[in-house]
Design a protein around this ligand. Structure first.
Ligand SMILES: Nc1ncnc2c1ncn2[C@@H]1O[C@H](COP(=O)(O)OP(=O)(O)OP(=O)(O)O)[C@@H](O)[C@H]1O
Ligand SMILES: [Mg+2]
Length: 407
């Protein structure tokens, strides 16, 4: 064997041998666990609502919504159930496809339709067709192949209610009483209330509310995830209780799982075979439960630069409490020059800002003028995440994005 490869193999072997992780992947955000303790009721309700799709004689469509705060298993439950639904349909000889889109990446009805068209027709890109044309193509294909589709629309708050309604309207292209296009709409609660201003609510047959987890439920969940991820003896009961206590303050399972993952990484870095309370304390300060860890990767370069501008202003010196649109816009333009990205107009800048607000990264509020004079002004601040952390993560994401562009 080449000596280079040999030493690398040794290194990997050594690393794997020394690791506290039995299966590290099971603690990463993408992993979908086989079991979801504490979500039995919600699971049953979803299965019940979706079972109508398994009528072998008549294709019918349903729309269901899953609503709840961060980290309560909305995405995971939808992914698990659609996977099972797909396999079960196969055993019944029902032609049913499941698709998943996250609206952080797919932000318009058009981009979702393009994805469906690209997935469904191997030689068509979807570009150059209107939404109506794409819907017709899809509908024809579904009829020709006697197929049904279930589309999971995650983080649907990024879309307008009318856009989702527009997708659902595809069912009008089928004969009366028939439906082939079903949706599972996932949002956090505040965004759902905004979307309900449309006629969407009338089209949603079942709304499943997923509350925060109780401490008891988190205990079961985190014990289960620790068993999957770590070797026995790495995380003792007392230390695990500390993590459960922290996660119980938010009722967010991701909070606890991310802390466990980081603790394991710290243990490996320090060459410790156990996780100590000190590791938990350190990990706790690096984990922000409201923030999906990959949220920055889905942002466009200009949005990243806007976030960077705001985080820079707010982390300067002792850290400013808030900033204004004018100030943030100036710093944004400066960063555009630094990174050689074409700067956008102030109106477009405001759109980026709105997107960041919707994602829960920044907060923009309209306040009275500080000097008591007439009029109001918009102020911008960051959500619960320290500005310096946002700055670090955004800078990493920018670097990644620019590198991708060069390749
Ligand atoms: N009941 C459960 N059992 C085991 N693991 C769970 C359970 N609920 C959630 N998790 C895990 O917690 C993490 C967060 O879950 P998920 O991503 O589904 O939350 P979410 O409600 O979609 O949050 P967000 O609104 O931030 O997208 C994932 O790693 C998931 O595997
Ligand atoms: Mg989710």
């Amino acid at each position: 064997m080449d000596s280079n490869i040999e030493s690398l193999t040794n290194l990997f072997e050594k690393y794997t041998a020394d690791s506290v992780f039995k299966d590290r992947v099971t603690l990463t955000p993408e992993y979908v666990p086989d079991e979801m303790p504490g979500r039995e009721d919600e699971q049953n309700r979803m299965v019940e609502a979706l079972s109508i799709l398994l009528d072998p004689f008549r294709p019918v469509a349903v729309n269901i919504a899953i609503i709840g705060p961060a980290g309560v298993g909305k995405t995971t439950l939808a992914k698990r159930i659609t996977k099972d639904l797909h396999s079960y349909a196969q055993t019944m000889n029902i032609n049913l496809d499941t698709h998943y889109v996250n609206c952080h990446s797919f932000r318009t009805k058009t981009s979702i339709l393009r994805r469906l068209v690209t997935d469904g027709f191997s030689n068509i890109q979807g570009r150059g067709f209107s939404d109506e044309e794409m819907m017709e193509m899809l509908a024809k294909k579904l009829m020709r192949e006697n197929k049904r589709i279930v589309l999971t629309i995650d983080e649907a708050g990024m879309l307008k209610g009318e856009d989702i309604l527009g997708l659902i309207h595809m069912n009008e292209l089928f004969p009366p009483g028939e439906g082939r296009f079903s949706t599972i709409i996932i949002t956090r609660r505040q965004q759902w209330s905004l979307m309900l201003n449309t006629h969407l609510s009338g089209r949603v047959q079942d709304q499943i509310n997923m509350p925060r987890y109780t401490r008891e439920q988190l205990k079961t969940i985190l014990e289960y995830r620790a068993r999957l991820g770590f070797f026995a003896g790495v995380l003792n009961d007392e230390v695990l209780e500390m993590i459960i206590d922290i996660a119980a303050t938010t009722g967010n399972a991701r909070h606890g799982i991310e802390i466990m993952l980081r603790c394991g990484m710290i243990a490996n870095a320090k060459k410790s075979s156990v996780i100590t309370p000190e590791f938990v304390r350190a990990a706790k300060n690096e984990v922000y439960p409201e923030l999906r860890p990959d949220v920055f990767n889905d942002l466009k370069i200009n949005e990243l630069l806007v976030a960077l501008a705001i985080a820079t202003i707010l982390s300067k010196g002792g850290g400013a409490v808030h900033t204004t649109i004018n100030e943030a816009y100036q710093v944004y333009k400066m960063y555009c020059e630094t990174y050689n990205v074409k700067g956008q107009s102030k109106a477009t800048f405001r759109i980026y800002l709105d997107n960041l607000t919707q994602l829960g990264i920044v907060v923009s509020q309209v306040k009275p003028m500080p000097d008591g004079s007439r009029g109001r002004r918009s102020i911008i601040t960051l959500h619960d995440i320290p500005a310096i952390i946002v700055k670090e993560r955004v800078e990493e994401a920018i670097k990644r994005k620019l590198k991708e562009r060069m390749n």
